[in-house]
Each structure stands twice: as C-alpha cells, then as structure tokens.
Design a binder for this molecule. Structure first.
Ligand code: BG6
Length: 512
C-alpha cells in the first residue's frame, strides 16, 4: 500500500513532510490528548517534522499558549506509547505549539485564526500551507469546514499550496447524513484534499492485509468460494463504555465499530487485486466489493443478526454496572454493545461464502482477528478415524500479539488419527522494527498528500447503505427487548447459535 511518498520507515529514513501549520479543532478534547499530540511528538522524535512546522490548537476555553503546552505535556506523559517522553524532543516541538481561543460556529473567529496563522514566526517558512484537523464533536464537522471556506482559509492560494482537511469518525449516522456531510465538506474542499480517518487503516497489521494477500503466490489462488468455507471477523474489547455513555448510547456497536473499522477489514479481505498500489486503484476495489453486497432484506437480517447488551457482572475481577446503569445511558436503552451478523457478497469470487462479523464491549478478551476457514477435504479416506477432520484455518491476528497462524491437520504420532497443528508467525519477533501508532502514520500521510489509508466519499456511503438496511430492519421489529450477556463472556448465546444454525462455530481462542 506504500508508495514512494509514504513515511516509509519510522526508524532510519526521515521522510520530512512539507512545512505547514496544523490546526486542531477540538484542541482540548480527549482525542487531541490521547492520539493527536502523541502522534505529532513521535513524528518530531523520528525526524519527520521539518523546520517551519507549527501546530495551533483551536477551542472555546480561554487559555494561554503556555497553559495549552502544559496540558498537552501532561497528556503526553500519560498517553505516549513510548515512555519515558524524551524531554528534549518535547521542548523542540512545544515551542512551535500555539493556542487560539475561538467558537466553532462563529465565522469571525476563523478570520482571527487566519490572522494568527499569518503572525506566527514559522509562517515565513510554511507560507500558505495548512492542514486542518476536525477532532470536534461530529455535529461541527460540516460547519467548521464551511466556516474555513467562508473565512478564506480553505481555498488554495497557489497550485503548490497545501490545504487539507482531516475528518474524524463517526462520518454521519446513516447514509443520508453521510451524504449531507460529504456535500458540506466538498463544498469547502475538493475531494482530493479530504482525508477521512478510520484509524484501523493506520494499523500496520491492517495495511499488511494487502501485502500478505497480494505479495504471496500461495494464498491468492485459494482465496475464493472453491476453497473457502466462510470468513470470520472479530473485534472483541474488554473495555466497557466507561464515561462515554452519552456518545455511545446514540452510536451503539454498529455505528461505533461495525460501519467503519469492521467494514474496512471486510473490504480489504474480500476486494479484488488493484491494478496498481495507488490510492484510487485500491479504493476503487474496496468500493466495488461493497457494491457487490446486495442490500439485505429484512427477513434475512432478522434471521442472520444478533444484537445484545452487557448486564451487570464481573469484568477482570471488578464488579461493573450494567450498560443501562452507565452514566448518561438511558435506563431503558435498547442500544447494542454487541453485534454479530452475516454478510454475503454476490460476485464470482465469493458467491455462497458467508462473512460473519462480530464486535462487542465488556467481553472476555481484547483481540481483533480475521479467520479464513477453508472447506473440509473429502472425508472418505479418514472415515474410520476416531476424530473428525478439522477445517484448515488461517488466523490473521490484527491485535494484540500481531501475527499470522495457519492451522492444518497431520497424523497423530503412533495413532491412526488426525491432529490439528499450527505454523505461527509473530510480528513482534522482529524487534528491529519500530511499530508506529496508527495516528502517526495517518497524520504523516495526510501531510504528504497520500490518501490510500483514508476512506473515500463513495466508500463511506456504500458502507452506510448496507448498515442502514440492518438498522431499519431492527427498528421496524418494534421490540422492547434486547438480549443481555454477562461481562467477561464472549457475548450472548444467540451469537453462537447464529453460526451453529449454519453448521459452524466461532473460532476458538486457543493458542493465544
Ligand atoms: C474507536 C471506538 O473508534 O475504536 C472505540 O470509538 C473503540 O469505542 C476503539 O474502543 C477501538 O480502537 P482500537 O485501536 O483500540 O482497537
């Protein structure tokens, strides 16, 4: 997925991004503290930020530059993925960090922002280059983009100038709102300058899906309905909603995880090989495979999906409240914290191969993995064997313990039976390589104008088309009931039954 302009190696080759100002909207928020500032710090540490690079935080609360820098340093000490924080690197970076107080809906404040940008000492070097990062509440994404345009900050002043917009998730709450948001931001910035973030695409192991599929000749010939029985994609989290009740009760697992991160994994696993490894060719293929998922009918959806919510119980040795008792969650909420469903792709490669996707919070184990489960070989040869023939399975571990594991059958020594054994590759065994955090990679790519790892407008809309069908079918079901599951379990029994009805089961958690 890399092209020559990507930040290719976070250890040695210091690819410098162009001098620029990065304006963070929502600068006092959680995302800025947890992800964005640690990412800039690591880009500085690894030599990717050039002379003349500046960062401005824009938010409502009054604050001095010094106060803002102090807050960011505290957050960095807490959230940096490498510790301890290198004080020298931070000092180098912080002198280029500024704070601008302003109201998101007020266009006058954007004009003041424009003046402030011009007045920065670094402006002599970065000139007109700007990257705007929308890390605000989602309802402000469209208004901020339009206010930037109204204040003359979105338009390029010359062909070589860089005016880019990073938009966080969630991108809309359904197809109609995503289309409206696309219209608003495209009114202010051309599509080629818009970078919609899905941080899963910045993960090394997610990028590896394409390298692994198309960089080997031994898997791709097997990658279709002739050899694959079904595919499982699991994103399991042990965390509960912990303080994010207000947001989560509106979003649920479907909007929070399924529409974006899981649909990305789905399209990367299922897409056709692109003609070349560039942004448009890869994104064209991802859109094509989403388009090949026919909008499912309500009867199909109700028979092939499960939603559930965690009740009260013990999680990691601690008592946790039921989801409905979480702060800012409605006491009779029907929002799902777990969802499992089946998708089918109507094309030559995948016809008849189900894809089972599941995600949930407060589950037994934190892991993201994709299991490619192959067809069983004909059984006649081993009909007399005491055990059954297990299906071959390729387990792609996205996180943690990143790796790839192939499960296959061999003879059990000294017995006339089959046993399942494994070949294991662990990413972390190669300690010479630095593992950048997803946000480091994505911010660096946006600054370099490399959009492969960002979602295109049609991709987001195709994904919502499928998800909306599920949401509508559930809504029309008019039930006031949602199954509960125990925290620390792997979800409700209904999730297991969904696969059992198809003669399958979720891959076991052994060999972790
Ligand atoms: C975010 C969701 O997008 O992804 C969170 O809003 C979720 O609810 C998180 O916990 C998971 O990301 P990761 O990188 O920890 O798997």
């Amino acid at each position: 997925m890399s092209t020559s302009t990507n930040c290719p190696d976070f250890v040695s080759t210091a690819t410098k991004v162009p001098p620029s100002v990065a304006v963070i909207f929502g600068a006092t928020g959680d995302l800025t503290h947890r992800k964005i500032v640690p990412a800039f710090y690591h880009l500085q540490k690894n030599g990717h930020l050039p002379e003349g690079f500046a960062i401005i935080g824009f938010a409502r609360r009054p604050k001095t530059d010094a106060e803002f820098r102090k807050d960011l340093k505290e957050a960095l000490d807490k959230f940096s993925h490498t510790k301890p924080v290198d004080e020298k690197v931070w000092k180098e970076l912080e002198q280029h960090i500024y704070y601008q107080q302003g109201d998101l809906p007020n266009v006058e404040d954007y004009k003041k922002l424009g003046e402030r940008i011009k007045s920065l000492p670094e402006a002599k070097i970065f000139g007109e280059n700007a990257l705007y990062y929308l890390a605000t509440a989602p309802e402000f994404f469209g208004p901020v983009a339009m206010n930037l345009a109204a204040a003359g900050l979105a338009q390029k002043k010359g062909a070589n100038h860089l005016r880019r917009l990073i938009v966080e998730k969630p991108f809309g709450i359904d197809l109609a709102s995503a289309q409206k948001l696309n219209e608003e931001i495209q009114h202010a910035f051309p599509e080629s300058s818009i970078y919609r973030i899905d941080h899963y695409l910045g993960k090394e192991t997610v990028q590896n899906l394409l390298y692994f599929r198309f960089g080997n000749s031994i898997y791709e010939p097997l990658w279709d309905h002739k050899y694959i029985d079904h595919v499982q994609i699991t994103v399991a989290e042990t965390v509960s909603v912990e303080g994010r009740g207000g947001y989560y009760d509106e979003a649920g697992a479907v909007r929070d995880m399924l529409q974006n991160h899981m649909m990305q994994l789905f399209s990367l696993i299922a897409m056709e090989p692109p003609a070349v490894l560039d942004a448009e060719s890869i994104r064209d293929e991802k859109v094509k495979v989403l388009r090949a998922v026919a909008t499912p009918k309500p009867d199909y959806i109700l028979a092939n999906s499960v939603r559930a919510q965690y009740g009260a119980g013990i999680l990691n040795g601690k008592q946790i409240p039921a989801y409905r008792q979480e702060d800012r969650v409605k006491p009779n909420s029907l929002t799902e914290t777990y969802v499992a469903l089946k998708l089918e792709i109507d094309n030559w490669r995948w016809s008849g191969v189900p894809f089972y996707l599941r995600t949930g919070k407060a589950l037994a184990k934190q892991f993201t993995e994709i299991n490619i489960v192959f067809r069983r070989p004909p059984g006649a040869l081993f009909a007399g064997a005491a055990n059954r023939i297990y299906r071959n399975r390729l387990r792609i571990r996205i996180q943690p313990n990143e790796g790839i594991h192939l499960h296959f059958n061999t003879k059990t020594p000294s017995q006339p039976t089959l046993q399942t054994v494994g070949m294991d590759f662990s990413y972390r065994q190669d300690t010479a390589h630095y593992f950048p955090e997803a946000y480091e990679r994505l911010i660096c790519d946006a600054l370099l104008g490399e959009s492969t790892l960002f979602t295109r407008s049609d991709e987001v809309e195709q994904s919502w088309r499928i998800i909306d069908a599920f949401k509508d079918a559930w809504k029309n079901q008019e039930t006031d009931y949602i199954p509960l599951y125990a925290p620390g379990s792997m979800g409700p029994v209904e999730g297991d039954e969904m696969l059992r009805r198809d003669g399958r089961s979720w891959a076991s958690l052994t060999n972790d």
